[in-house]
Design a protein around this ligand. Sequence first.
Ligand code: CAA
Length: 384
Amino acid sequence: MTTIGIHDLALATAHHVVDLSELATDRGVDPGKYLTGLGQTSMSFPAPDEDIVTMGATAARTLLHRTGTDQVRWLLFATESGVDQSKSAAVYAHRLLDLPSHVRAVEFKQACYAGTAALQAALGIVARNPHDQVLVITSDVARYALNSSGEPTQGAGAVAMLVSANPGLLEIEPISGVATRDVDDFWRPNDASTAVVDGRLSVAAYIDSLMLAWDDYAARGGKPVDQIDRFVYHQPFTRMAVKAHLALARHTGMPGDTAAMGAGLEYNRLLGNSYTASLYAGLAALLDSDTTLAGQRIGLFSYGSGSVGEFFTGVVQPGYDRTWHHQATADALAARSPLSVSAYEKLHAVALPSDTDADTPHVTAGPYRFAGIENQARRYESTV
Ligand code: CAA
């Protein structure tokens, strides 16, 4: 039988980084709250010439250099931080990546869940046409108001995945558990560049969604919990994933410790929240750090406020070896340029560029940049 799943994946992040100990000190908060209480060490922050398109295209460029593009027929771009109300970020990325015109391009939205919706759609496309491959890009800039409780949970990152038949990395199994409920825990009105959030409600809604999704998964004939070897969760902040795992342990009777989470928190602790990319950055961290996972089943929980949650599983494929990615990602994270708190605040105050003509300064060291706005249209350019 043909297996379908994630053939390969690659991660990218933004040019700058903000140290959360420094932010805590500036905000008059004990750094332990951010470092231990939220489980975050730093957060990526984009340069003025970076956004979801440049980060997403950068992740996809790394991926496609390894896999090629011959069988790619779709580009599905998932994001909460879209740059236009009509034109999809996928079309901008399509041009930057020099994809052929026969590759369709479209954007998916449902807060942080949209990456999983795109992945599920990709699995269906490949099931119908097993020769086709689907490029899924998840990319987000998480922005909350300055001095708000959400501020230390900002971040930026992108993960690109190639979905294909006979995948090299992770076969996605067909049974999913889903929980969709109308909840006002986090949203972003059309005229706002930062999210509106009821933090406490959002934490409770995330946990409720996980329980509902798990129960649906179990009712649909999903694997017993003792046949799931590792767990990866959406990580708005890494302690949220720990809380989720412990709640699932209480709900299912699995061991009440975090051993099954492996090193899956490692990247997000440094990136911050990357909304649609967060779960898949967690998957990358897990796979990149452990060479013994072949044949093991990973449970994944995706949560998007508003809200949609989904629990599903994948089986790691024999022959996967991502140890060198670990160093490459560690190097990319270490190469970020630190921002002082005051420099970060200045950049934060520049909301999304206005619709007047404007050129952006060249800051990013990445292969693509947002060059500015001309006649109200966004201009992107390749720097390589
Ligand atoms: N040392 C160690 N720990 C400390 C501490 C210290 N000095 N001071 C406080 N803490 C601990 C607290 O005990 C608490 O831990 P527990 O939850 O385990 O008790 C933790 O630090 C956080 O403290 P508070 O709950 O008091 O923090 P807060 O209320 O100021 O902010 C938050 C927390 C509400 C989650 C806020 O960061 C926020 O609004 N974030 C954005 C929303 C979000 O991320 N929601 C997550 C679910 S929604 C989702 O997943 C979708 C998405 O991506 C947005």
